[in-house]
Design a protein around this ligand. Structure first.
Ligand SMILES: CC(C)(COP(=O)(O)OP(=O)(O)OC[C@H]1O[C@@H](n2cnc3c(N)ncnc32)[C@H](O)[C@@H]1OP(=O)(O)O)[C@@H](O)C(=O)NCCC(=O)NCCS
Length: 177
């Protein structure tokens, strides 16, 4: 995991958003609730026009399993984006080279947070000597992943979560040697 000393700081002024300071750093156990909130809100608000209420509830139930959530975040190499000291989003890279999670709280959306998180993950993948990174991208995230260089391999029409079909896309990006 990234230590706090190895974080990346940057500052962006985007066309429509206010100036924000984004810090990318390693996940800490104290981030469990704020990262879960980013996950929950990203699904129930940002992804709301792509999936039904039933699909969103299955994907992101209203109650957090704090222990399970923290365990999954710490098992993977997880990075967190802070904006002016607040957790804005997170991403990860699993041991088998999957970018499993990418969620940005809607309050901080479209300001470059997702891009910086993915860049940090790809840098870590390159450090591990991987040739490519794969992800299961939601319908909502597909356009952002495409902007970040990912290519659709195929659609998973049969992706089931807690008894609901939640279709997504298998995408990948090749890494320079
Ligand atoms: C996908 C997500 C993480 C993107 O986060 P973000 O911080 O808003 O993304 P950024 O602002 O860094 O955008 C990255 C690039 O994608 C583009 N982009 C982002 N969302 C987009 C959209 N809905 N449509 C088209 N382009 C989009 C941005 O313009 C930017 O491109 P640029 O840097 O060349 O201008 C966020 O929208 C999200 O959490 N979505 C819902 C949850 C979800 O589906 N997560 C993925 C699960 S697999």
């Amino acid at each position: 995991m990234l230590s706090d000393q190895r974080h990346v700081r940057t500052q962006r002024r985007l066309q429509y958003g206010p100036r924000v300071n984004i810090t990318i750093r390693g996940y800490r156990p104290g981030d469990a609730e704020a990262t879960w909130r980013a996950f929950h809100e990203a699904i129930h608000r940002t992804a709301a026009s792509y999936y039904s209420e039933e699909q969103m509830k299955a994907w992101a139930p209203g109650v957090m399993d704090a222990q399970g959530w923290n365990a999954r975040r710490t098992q993977a190499w997880t990075v967190v984006a802070d904006v002016d000291g607040e957790v804005a989003g997170f991403s990860d890279l699993t041991a088998d080279g999957l970018l499993d999670m990418l969620f940005v709280h809607p309050e901080f959306g479209r300001r470059g947070v997702g891009r910086l998180l993915v860049e940090a993950v790809l840098k870590e993948a390159q450090r591990r000597g991987l040739n490519e990174v794969r992800t299961h991208a939601s319908r909502a995230a597909r356009p952002a992943f495409e902007r970040l260089g990912f290519i659709v391999d195929h659609e998973n029409e049969d992706n089931w979560i807690r008894g609901q079909k939640v279709p997504n896309f298998d995408m990948y990006v090749a890494l320079a040697p």
